[in-house]
Design a protein around this ligand. Structure first.
Ligand SMILES: *[C@@H]1O[C@H](CO)[C@@H](O)[C@H](O)[C@H]1NC(C)=O
Length: 332
């Protein structure tokens, strides 16, 4: 049986989005969890939230596992990725099972150091000019919700979600105060539909309560972002509705050429969700027909679909503007 408290990561890897958007803008800063981690955790002592082993990476150009959803080598400076798999908004998220992941607050602190370096080399107006143009992507809260749900916390859920949302707004405000102006926020997908969670439902269906959290997170985040953009009139943002995007695929797999949206392609036993994708795991024959690569994360095909939808999708999936419009919007 899978470890009851595994809270590595959410359903939708967004790394491909960042690649898609990258062509249009000079610099991108990325914060969050495993949906955006490109290998940070491989360098953290004692960290267990790593996937830098086969069969992960099987479809990368040289088939090598790099540690997460994407690995892109760049010649020039195109930004920084601070994301750490297993992390969340709360400092304690991911510290029990995975150990030593980098919480969002710490990621922001690291960015603060970068900001300090920019101030030293370019001065205040140079820094302001440089930081108002890049895109700031944040993909988080998934592990906070997993952690809350599986810990059997006595805090009612009406109270837990506002705590996560408050932290999220504080993080965005901190970035705004450091000069950031363009934000791409990826909200929480239907994490109850991950194979890792479906195995706790006797019918193999999604865990409804987790999906309710995801819907509520998105709805409230929409209100909060709108408020923030009134306070900071030169701020621009896109809020990706990964709940709507993913549930649409789960409910209409054939429309998107998927055949299997419940089991993982790589893993073992029930729904292929009782182990990680390890060298001994079962590997499905047609990866592109699966929504999930392993118990927590989507396949490359699903990630690409999500990326394209965030980049050029309609308002139902990304609002008030999509990532392409965000990238094109005139810098403040
Ligand atoms: C389990 O899945 C079914 C659908 O197959 C759903 O109706 C039910 O609410 C789910 N149970 C839980 C505990 O989420």
């Amino acid at each position: 049986m899978a470890k009851r408290l595994v809270v590595i990561a959410p359903c939708l890897a967004m790394a491909a989005v960042f690649r898609a958007v990258n062509a249009e803008v000079p610099v991108i800063f990325i914060f969050g969890d495993s949906t955006a981690d490109v290998g940070t955790n491989n360098f953290l002592p004692g960290c267990k939230a790593r996937i830098d082993f086969p069969f992960n990476g099987i479809d990368f150009p040289n088939g090598k596992a790099t540690g997460s959803a994407s690995a892109v080598k760049r010649r020039s400076f195109r930004g920084l990725n601070f994301a750490s798999g297993g992390s969340g908004l709360l400092d304690i998220t991911g510290q029990t099972m995975q150990k030593n992941v980098v919480p969002l607050g710490e990621q922001i602190h690291q960015f603060h150091i970068v900001h300090g370096n920019l101030m030293d080399t370019m001065g205040p107006s140079g820094t302001e000019n440089v930081l108002s143009k890049p895109l700031f992507f944040i993909s988080t809260a998934n592990n906070d919700i997993f952690g809350y749900y599986h810990s059997g916390s006595t805090i009612p859920k009406e109270e837990s979600l506002p705590i996560f949302l408050t932290y999220c707004v504080v993080i965005i405000q901190t970035l705004l105060n450091l000069g950031a102006r363009k934000f791409g926020i990826i909200s929480v997908p239907p994490i109850g539909c991950c194979p890792s969670q479906r195995i706790y439902n006797a019918t193999g269906g999604c865990l409804e309560e987790l999906d309710e959290h995801a819907r509520a997170f998105h709805a409230t985040m929409g209100v909060l972002m709108e408020k923030l953009s009134c306070e900071y009139s030169d701020m621009k943002y896109s809020l990706g509705n990964t709940y709507e995007m993913t549930i649409n695929v789960v409910e209409n797999p054939a429309l998107f050429n998927f055949k299997e949206v419940a089991s993982a392609c790589c893993g073992s036993e029930k729904l292929n969700a009782e182990s990680f994708c390890e060298p001994k795991a079962n590997l499905c024959s047609k990866r592109s027909e699966y929504l999930f690569w392993y118990l927590f994360h989507p396949t490359q095909t699903a990630s690409k679909l999500a990326a394209l939808t965030l980049y050029s999708g309609e308002q139902r999936f990304v609002s008030p503007i999509n990532f392409a419009q965000l990238a094109a919007a005139a810098a403040a």
